[in-house]
Design a protein around this ligand. Sequence first.
Ligand SMILES: NC(=O)c1ccc[n+]([C@@H]2O[C@H](COP(=O)([O-])OP(=O)(O)OC[C@H]3O[C@@H](n4cnc5c(N)ncnc54)[C@H](O)[C@@H]3O)[C@@H](O)[C@H]2O)c1
Ligand SMILES: [Zn+2]
Length: 704
Amino acid sequence: MSDANHLSEAEAANELMRLARQIAKHDKLYHAQDDPEITDQEYDALVRRNAELEAAFPDLVRADSPSKKVGHAIAASPLSKVTHEVRMMSLDNAFADEEVAEFVARVRRFLALDDATPIAFTAEDKIDGLSCSLRYEGGKLVRAATRGDGQVGEDVTPNVAHIADIPQQLAGDVPDVFEIRGEVYMATADFHALNARLMDEACSAAEAKGEALDPAKVRQFANPRNAAAGSLRQKDASVTAKRPLKFWAHGWGAVEGELPAATQVEMVERIAAWGVPVSPLFRRCETLEQMLAHYEEIGRLRPELPYEIDGVVYKVDRLDWQARLGFVAKAPRWAIARKFPAEQAETTLESIDIQVGRTGKLTPVGRLAPVLVGGVTVTNVTLHNRDEIARLGVRPGDRVVVQRAGDVIPQVVRNLTPDADRAPFAFPERCPECDSEAVNEEGEVDVRCTGGLICPAQRTERLKHFVSRGALDIDGLGEKTIDQFFALGWLESPADIFRLKHRREDILALEGWKDKSVDNLLASVENRRAPDAARLLFGLGIRHVGAVTARDLLKYFHELPAIREAAEKARSGDEDATSELTSIDGIGTAVVEALGDFFHEDHNCAVWDDLLSEVAPPRYEVETLDSPVAGKTVVFTGKLETMSRDEAKAQAERLGAKASGSVSAKTDLLVAGPGAGSKLKKAAELGIETIDEAGWAEIVKAAG
Ligand SMILES: NC(=O)c1ccc[n+]([C@@H]2O[C@H](COP(=O)([O-])OP(=O)(O)OC[C@H]3O[C@@H](n4cnc5c(N)ncnc54)[C@H](O)[C@@H]3O)[C@@H](O)[C@H]2O)c1
Ligand SMILES: [Zn+2]
């Protein structure tokens, strides 16, 4: 409460006014329009803040205080109005064990019972639906109504006719008038299916009209509770009929005739016997310990339940005691809702740090003023990437709503101070670890450090990749060894691997190394002095240059320096170099850009030069099979009749030929099917040998 007490009276009055306005706005959105703008946790936080201020400044409690109101007036509803004979109430909330204990103590004090007298309570899950009253006369359903503002609700009699859980006629002995109260809800799976269906229907409707659909404009329900409310509160009951609604009872209102029970338990059993569902988790608790244990149990079951719940409701079991306890402003004194801990909370975003992951991804991490979320103190949140920061519009100093969902890392849900006079957060353009350029490739949300080989955040990962099976494949240099050698400062870049021989004695001095194992390691390193150029290129871990791309590049250029030269030219704007690179099968602009970026960084060039001073990959040649097309460039054009274009290309590769997409002076052979056009003409002009599909089939067959 210290917060509340630090305010002056004028400040508190101001804040109470603001809260009343805000809460009224959200009540309307939630209760009247079934379309909330904020989460229940955020809403509950506003209500609690209001209660806190009212407790600290009792004189300032407003006539229109949110603490006195139930739901929202239904003035604007198109449905007919129903005045409730017995007011429909809300429930007080508890958020901690101590608050439940305090509730029990309050009940005891009010009833003037001594500590030795046991008070039994019922406990059941608090289902997230909307309150509904069902009035039965002579056992027959005569009227169904929503809660509205507690006094006046909406008539939904025709709507509930479609809910199978709500009998039109109760079974057995029922008082003359009996008003069952409970919750209309939608199962979680049905809620998701409904949203999917609404989207489908909107798509079909748009298609029929030949219009483009903006999915963001299609009405979707925020949660099962709003889906249930929006589905029930329909002027046209045939819409409700198509919505999968359910119901269960948790209480009653008006009764004429004798009440057929003395306790909550007996009454709930009665209602169930009449044919109306009740909570399967409804229990009687003799002690506070049992009450708390059942809360824990329901919390455990919660993820598996087919419907959403937001807490547990406790009620005094004896009905004569309930009658004595009566009501306060908007809730019974004999019941309380223990809500599950807020999975969301408000706090200040103090700073935004950038972390560099092992793959070079720059991840912004928000540092928070410590805050309790769902029972855990949270100080960090992931902000995912640059776009997410822009979407949230967050900057250091903003007030934010933080959320924990399951085991997921806490996240920022919303910025509460978007308009504050602060410049947008400037996402770094250089890696905070190594100062290399950080780039954001087109079509990608992540910003990455380009300093792969020198960036401390990425180095060991890059080294592990460099020696891995698909790359240089160096035996005996496992991940642990790399981590260890790296920590000792012996391995900074790939070239250092080839200088390990100078550290023979140092390695021997380490625990676990024997002459033989060191010899084996150094031998396998020496074994790679003349590595396969494609594996070496792949091993450098340049973005977009995977094993296949590396091979494609080398099949064309044969030597690593030629690739670097072409990439540097392309980067400096040489269009011929770019089109030469992109004309290579399998090489697109993303690869060309990634290569250009790589060689644009001096430190990468230094690592590269250093490496090539240690190793000498032989000229790369495609394994030459004994085939007449080995080493040749083949182009397929026109329609192929016995195989797909992909299969033909694969055959060519298998025979050591390069399949290309376009005819140029470098083309050796054109395979032309029916319908061949410009490529055939161009090949004729260039005097390139041309054969048909059958001719190609013979070559393939001859090669075996
Ligand atoms: N997100 C928003 O903008 C927004 C706005 C307004 C209200 N809300 C939500 O609605 C709540 C306030 O609404 P409320 O006044 O209906 O209070 P409530 O939902 O916290 O509790 C009262 C209601 O619980 C229902 N209930 C469910 N299971 C029950 C059971 N087993 N026994 C008895 N009652 C049971 C009853 O219908 C009862 O009226 C807030 O706490 C918030 O979560 C959200
Ligand atoms: Zn870096």
